[in-house]
Design a protein around this ligand. Sequence first.
Ligand SMILES: [Zn+2]
Length: 92
Amino acid sequence: MGDPVEHATGLEKRELMAKVAGNENPFDLKVIKRGPGTKDKPNEIPSAFDARLVGCICEEESTSVNWMWLYKGQPRRCECGHWFNLVHKAPV
Ligand SMILES: [Zn+2]
């Protein structure tokens, strides 16, 4: 048996991923409007944790989301070329 995340699809996967991320509210995975997303001006992703899952909608018309883990202090580039950077946000 592999990782159950590998076998889940669609919404199920989204909820599972949110749980893996330790996020009680899956709908906190809201879409953040992307800025320039360059290496110098990455999209800032607020998180109260040292790591969080980020979903990039690489093309506006695309219905699929490209999920990736983002770690504090490690800006990350999506396959589509957009950069993301985790910025610390205190828990509410
Ligand atoms: Zn992307």
